[in-house]
Design a protein around this ligand. Structure first.
Ligand code: ZN
Length: 313
C-alpha cells in the first residue's frame, strides 16, 4: 500500500536523519503511484487509505502530555508513548508511512523506539494499526490486544464488521489477550485495561495515575464511541449487539474518573486548542474532566440520532 499524498511543506524542516531512513523503493513507488495518478485524475480513490486526510500524514512534533505519557504520532493521528525505566509501551502505530515520524518523535524526547516492550491498540482500524507489524519486527515488542481486536489484527482487517476487507493492513500476531480490568505492569507503570466496544468490536481504553507536584491525576487514554458512516446499529446491524456495545461504552466511560484525557485522534480531545508546539510542559495542560463528559454525551446523542433515523426508515 503506497501513499499517493506528497509530503507536506512542513516536512522540509524535519531532520535529515528521518528523511534518509525512508527506503529508496518507497520513494520509487511513490513516484510510480503519482505518475499513474496523473492518468487517473477524476477517478475516486479505490480505498480511503490510499488517500488519507492531511491530518493523518502531516508530521507533528512530540509532546509531553503528563508524567510518563507522550504524544509521538501525526497531526491528527494519535500514537502514545508511556515510558518506564524498564522499557516503554506504545499505543497505536499510525499508517504504514508513519514509522519514520514516530521514530523521530521518540528520539527527539531522548528515548528509543527499540526500547518499546509492549504495543497496544485502541481500535483495530488501519489508520492506527498499519505500521504495527513492522514496528513489532523492529522492536521485538509484544502486541497485546482485546479478544476481538486481536482477531482483526491477526487477519489484517478482513474480519472487521464494518470495513471488513475494504480497508486492510499487514496482519500482526498478538502475543497476549487483555480484557476489562486487566492491569498491565511494566517497570513502575500500572495501567488498567477498559473494553469500550462499538467503534470496533474490540475497542479499548487505558487508565493510570500520575503523581506530580503533590497532586494525583487520573489519566485516560480513551477510545471514543464514534460511529463510522454507513454503520447500522439496530436495523440490519453491522454486527450482533453493536447497539448494546456502544451503550455499554458510553455508560462505562461516563463512570470513569478522568482528569486528563486523550483519544485516538487529536481532534477528539481538542488537542490543538489545548497545546501549541513549543509550549512549556505543565501537568495541568490537558486537565479537562468537563470536556471529557461533554464529548461522551455528544457521541451518545449522535448514537440515539442514528437509531432514531434507522427506525424512521
Ligand atoms: Zn476507527
Amino acid at each position: 500500500m503506497s501513499r499517493v499524498t506528497t509530503p507536506p511543506a512542513s516536512q522540509a524542516i524535519r531532520p535529515a536523519v528521518m528523511l534518509h531512513s525512508r527506503p529508496a523503493r518507497v520513494i520509487a513507488s511513490r513516484v510510480l503511484v503519482i505518475a499513474l495518478g496523473v492518468f487517473a485524475i477524476g477517478a475516486p480513490p479505490a480505498q480511503a487509505q490510499s488517500n488519507p486526510p492531511p491530518g493523518w500524514v502531516n508530521p507533528f512534533p512530540a509532546f509531553r502530555i503528563i508524567g510518563p505519557l507522550y504524544g509521538v504520532g501525526m497531526e491528527d493521528l494519535s500514537v502514545f508513548l508511556i515510558t518506564s525505566d524498564e522499557g516503554h509501551i506504545l499505543i497505536n502505530t499510525g499508517l504504514d508511512d508513519s514509522i519514520p515520524y514516530i521514530r523521530n518523535n521518540i528520539e527527539s524526547l531522548g528515548f528509543r523506539l527499540e526500547d518499546v516492550k509492549i504495543i497496544l491498540t485502541m481500535q483495530a482500524h488501519w489508520d492506527h494499526t498499519a505500521a504495527m507489524a513492522e514496528i513489532k519486527e523492529l522492536t521485538g515488542a509484544e502486541v497485546w490486544a482485546t479478544p476481538k481486536d486481536a482477531r482483526v489484527l491477526e487477519d489484517g482487517g478482513f474480519s472487521d464488521a464494518h470495513f471488513g476487507g475494504r480497508e486492510t493492513f499487514k496482519p500482526v500476531a498478538v502475543d497476549r489477550v487483555i480484557r476489562q480490568d486487566d492491569v498491565i505492569t511494566l517497570g513502575d507503570l500500572v495501567i488498567t485495561v477498559h473494553e469500550h466496544p462499538g467503534h470496533t468490536e474490540g475497542s479499548s481504553s487505558y487508565t493510570f495515575q500520575v503523581n506530580e507536584a503533590g497532586r494525583t491525576y487520573n489519566v485516560g487514554i480513551v477510545n471514543m464511541g464514534t460511529i463510522n458512516d454507513g454503520k447500522h446499529l439496530v436495523v440490519n446491524p453491522t454486527y450482533d449487539n453493536v447497539a448494546v456495545d456502544f451503550a455499554t461504552t458510553y455508560n462505562r466511560q461516563k463512570q470513569l474518573d478522568v482528569d486528563v484525557w486523550v483519544s485516538a485522534h487529536n481532534a477528539q480531545y481538542n488537542m490543538h486548542d489545548k497545546y501549541t508546539p513549543g509550549q512549556a510542559y505543565d501537568p495541568e495542560t490537558f486537565v479537562d474532566p468537563a470536556g471529557y463528559i461533554r464529548a461522551i454525551e455528544r457521541l451518545e446523542s449522535a448514537y440515539l440520532g442514528v437509531i432514531a433515523d434507522e427506525l424512521d426508515q
